[in-house]
Design a protein around this ligand. Structure first.
Ligand code: NAP
Length: 309
C-alpha cells in the first residue's frame, strides 16, 4: 500500500486542549487506526494526512492535508493503534488571492479541513494517510542526547508525542535532560499545559517553560518570544545545555521563531553544531546577520531539527 492511499480510521475522542478560555479553538483529536495497515507505523514527530470529504471549486475530490502527530510512537493507547493531532480552527476573512478577485469580498472564510477535523465527534469515520516525515524524529539512541524542544502555538504537537515517548515510554523515563519551551500569545492559549506541568513535577530532568508574548511576565517584565526567553535566561539556564555535545535542538511552529533562534545562537557563538552557514556569510559577524541573510544563507546543522511554516 502506498503512503498516500487513504484508510478509514475512527475518531475516539475530541477535546479542547487550550489551558483556559481562549479566542482560539484548538483541539486534541484521537483517531483509531488499529484495524488498518497503518497501525503501529507512526513515529513521534511525523505527520499524517487527512482527506476531507467533498470537492474543491473545480469539482475534484479534495486533496489530503497534513497534520502533525501529537502522539508518541506507541500511540495514545500504548500499542500504536490510536494516533492524535492538534487541529486549530481556521476562522478568517476572505482576501483577494489572484488578479481578478473581488477586492471587496471579505466574507467569512473557514477553509476546508481544519474545521472539518475539529467538528468530528467520537465514532465518526475519517480518511487517514501516512506516515510522512523522515528527519523530525527522536534519535536512534534517545538516552545519548539531551533535548531542547522549542514550539510556537500548535507547533507543540510533536513535542507532546516526543515528551510522552521519552518520559512515559515502555522502557521507563529517560535520564536525559528534556526542556520544553512553548510560546503562545496568552496564558489561556498554552496547549497541553497540564501534561507538561505534570511531567515537570514528576521528573527532575524535565523542565517546562511557558513563554507568553502578550502578557506581562510574573517578574513584571514584558511579554516575550521563545528566542527572547532563551536569550534572557541563557547564562542562568540554557548556555550550558546548548554547549553540551549531547544536546539536540528541535523547533516547530512559526517560521519567525527560526530566525530569532538562529540569530540568538549566532550572537552568542553557539551556532557551530546547530547551524550551517553559506560561504557568502561565513565572514559576517553573526551579530550583524540580517533577516534576509538568515533566511537565505543559514541552514540547520546536524543537531538542529526544524519543522516551521
Ligand atoms: P500563534 O498562537 O499565532 O503564535 C504562537 C506564538 O508565537 C505567539 O506568542 C506569537 O506571538 C509568537 N510569534 C509570532 N511571531 C514570532 C516570531 N517571529 N518569533 C517567535 N515567536 C513569534 O501560533 P499558531 O496559530 O498556533 O501557529 C503555529 C504555526 O505553526 C502555524 O503556522 C502552523 O502552520 C505551524 N505548525 C507547523 C507544524 C509543522 O511544521 N509540522 C506543526 C504544527 C504547527 P504574537 O502573536 O504575540 O506576535
Amino acid at each position: 500500500m502506498g503512503p498516500q492511499e487513504p484508510v478509514t480510521g475512527r475518531v475516539v475522542s475530541s477535546r479542547l486542549c487550550t489551558r483556559g478560555k481562549s479566542a482560539s479553538f484548538i483541539r486534541h483529536v484521537a483517531i483509531d487506526i488499529g484495524d488498518t495497515p497503518l497501525a503501529g507505523r507512526f513515529r513521534a514527530g511525523q505527520s499524517f494526512g487527512i482527506v476531507p470529504p467533498g470537492e474543491d471549486e473545480r469539482g475534484r475530490p479534495h486533496k489530503l492535508r497534513l497534520y502533525s502527530l501529537a502522539s508518541p510512537s506507541f500511540g495514545e493507547d500504548g500499542a500504536g493503534r490510536v494516533i492524535s493531532t492538534t487541529p486549530k480552527r481556521l476562522i478568517a476573512e476572505r482576501t483577494p488571492q489572484r488578479e481578478g478577485d473581488d477586492p471587496e469580498d471579505h466574507r467569512l472564510f473557514l477553509g476546508t479541513c481544519s474545521n472539518y477535523v475539529c467538528d468530528l465527534r467520537a465514532g465518526d469515520e475519517v480518511l487517514v494517510t501516512g506516515p510522512a516525515g523522515k528527519r523530525f524524529l527522536l534519535p536512534a539512541e534517545p538516552d545519548k542526547h539531551d533535548y531542547l524542544f522549542l514550539a510556537t502555538g500548535t507547533g507543540i504537537a510533536p513535542f507532546r508525542g516526543m515528551a510522552l515517548e521519552l518520559m512515559r515510554g515502555p522502557g521507563g523515563p529517560t535520564s536525559s535532560r528534556v526542556e520544553v519551551v512553548m510560546g503562545s500569545p496568552y496564558t489561556s492559549d498554552l496547549l497541553y499545559d497540564d501534561l507538561f506541568s505534570d511531567l515537570a513535577a514528576e521528573h527532575s530532568n524535565f523542565a517546562y517553560h511557558p513563554v507568553v508574548s502578550r502578557e506581562r511576565r510574573d517578574d513584571g517584565g514584558p511579554g516575550e518570544y521563545v528566542h527572547g526567553h532563551l536569550e534572557r535566561r541563557l547564562d542562568e539556564r540554557f548556555r550550558e545545555m546548548l554547549e553540551s555535545p549531547r544536546t539536540l535542538v528541535y523547533m516547530c511552529g512559526l517560521a519567525g521563531m527560526q530566525i530569532g533562534v538562529f540569530r540568538m545562537l549566532g550572537r552568542h557563538g553557539l551556532h557551530g553544531p546547530y547551524l550551517k552557514l553559506h560561504e557568502q556569510i561565513a565572514d559576517v559577524d553573526p551579530a550583524d546577520w540580517t533577516d534576509d541573510q538568515i533566511k537565505r544563507r543559514v541552514r540547520h546543522g546536524p543537531r538542529c531539527m526544524l519543522e516551521v511554516y
